[in-house]
Design a protein around this ligand. Structure first.
Ligand SMILES: Cc1ncc(COP(=O)(O)O)c(C=O)c1O
Length: 417
């Protein structure tokens, strides 16, 4: 049955995103121009939608940050602290000077430079895959991988905790998607049982909300028993998990296997922007020819490719960075739980701390900010299980003093403390 006619099989929760933020126009004035009047009521419905969001307390807004914020950031995904590393910014600037500010076209026309080719080569080699394809974002990489590796007759088996970009890939593919309970290889086995034909299991390697890792070896075993391929979104694993940060597929001994494809983002550990699909060369060649989010998208900007390449080389030369993220995450977890907070043991960089209610979670995050610490905040309906949390991300470059400050602030501002 095509996916359109089986909505009950789809992930139907809202995409998971942090939602504690607010509009602070730089000048203190409204940044939106007054709308021109007199062209009917075509968009009047957006006011009703806005009012509904307000009533539900679910307004999302933007908070532009200054270049030199005095706040300690435990909300970003800059796990290795490389986004502002001089070698990385130099790599980005030099690439922009040499190749231009933009890629000038889609990858199949003029948007492939030697820099893209070098990044693909080094990324694939580092993560242990035969080949790689760089796209303009991790989101585009997930759309590319899921849609190009499925057709309407394919069965996709998708973890209920997967990132929105994998979910959107499932939707776009129009394949039948069976959403299975979180991190449950037996549920994957059951979903695959009886399906005759192509099948693809898709999972995050590390889940965004709780920072827990998928059971990749068990998932691969189940897929192999049923002849299904496995697609792993390693957005939160690259740079953190595996030997020297080679990622979760490498850590699970699956990198380079003929039935495994991984996607990564260049925007978290590598401190840049962009995404990539890693896999067997024949699969990558298939994506070059068929993946619409690759073909009909301008190539990754040279600055982003140059920054990511510089970050990758730093990581390769300084493998201790990856280990340090894990240590910091473990320390945050241990100290927060020792203080009586309910934190999930982190498998990578994300440390998730439970809050008693959505309102208290928002207040808690706001109190942290007042005290100089930026943390993420998740609350329903962004989190399908209805549990609100603060989300802290460990960074390899945090000092002991900064860790003390972060722990002290989260504990001191906790509801009921
Ligand atoms: C698990 C996961 N996959 C994919 C993405 C998308 O990556 P990008 O931000 O490069 O589009 C993200 C980013 O938040 C993510 O957390």
């Amino acid at each position: 049955m095509p996916q359109d006619s089986a909505p009950s099989l789809l992930h139907d929760s809202l995409p998971v995103t942090p939602d504690e933020s607010s509009v602070v126009p730089p000048s203190g004035e409204s940044r939106t121009a007054a709308p021109r009047q007199g062209f009917g009521a075509a968009f009047d419905w957006v006011d009703a939608a806005r009012d509904e969001r307000r009533r539900a307390g679910l307004v999302r807004t933007l908070r532009p940050r200054p270049a030199d914020s005095p706040l300690l950031d435990l909300a970003s995904n800059d796990y290795l602290g490389l986004a502002r590393h001089p070698e990385v910014t130099h790599g980005a600037a030099e690439a922009a000077h040499r190749w231009g500010a933009g890629a000038t076209g889609s990858r199949l026309v003029t948007g492939s430079t030697e820099l893209h080719a070098r990044l693909e080569e080094e990324l694939a080699a580092f993560c242990g895959f035969e080949a790689a394809l760089v796209l303009s974002s991790g989101y585009a990489a997930n759309l590319a991988a899921v849609t190009a590796l499925t057709d309407r007759a394919t069965l996709i088996v998708s973890d209920s905790g997967n990132h929105a970009s994998l979910i959107d890939g499932c939707r776009l593919s129009r394949a039948r998607t069976a959403v299975v309970p979180h991190a449950d290889p037996e549920a994957v086995r059951t979903a695959l049982t009886g399906h005759d034909g192509r099948a693809l299991a898709v999972t995050d390697s590390v889940f965004s909300v709780d920072g827990d890792a998928a059971p990749l070896p068990a998932l691969a075993e189940v897929c192999r028993a049923r002849g299904a391929a496995l697609l792993v979104d390693d957005a939160h694993g690259l740079g953190v998990l595996g030997d020297g940060g080679r990622g979760a597929p490498a850590a699970a001994g699956l990198a380079g296997d003929g039935d495994v494809v991984a996607t990564v983002t260049l925007s978290k550990s590598l401190g840049s922007q962009g995404g990539a699909v890693l896999g067997p060369a024949r699969v990558i060649e298939h994506l070059v020819n068929t993946a619409r989010s690759f073909i009909f998208d301008t190539g990754l900007a040279p600055a982003a490719a140059g920054g990511a390449l510089a970050a990758l080389r730093l990581l390769r030369g300084e493998p201790q960075r990856a280990a340090r993220v894990g240590q910091v995450a473990g320390e945050l977890h241990d100290r927060l739980t020792a203080a009586g907070l309910a934190a999930v043991r982190p498998d990578a960089a994300v440390v998730s701390v439970r809050a008693p209610s959505p309102e208290q979670a928002v207040r808690w995050a706001s109190d942290c900010r007042e005290a100089g610490l930026v943390v993420g905040c998740f609350r329903p309906p962004s989190v399908p299980d209805g549990i609100s949390r603060l989300r802290l991300t460990a960074r390899a470059d945090l000092t002991d003093e900064q860790i003390d400050m972060a722990v002290g602030t989260v504990v001191r501002t906790a509801p009921g403390f």
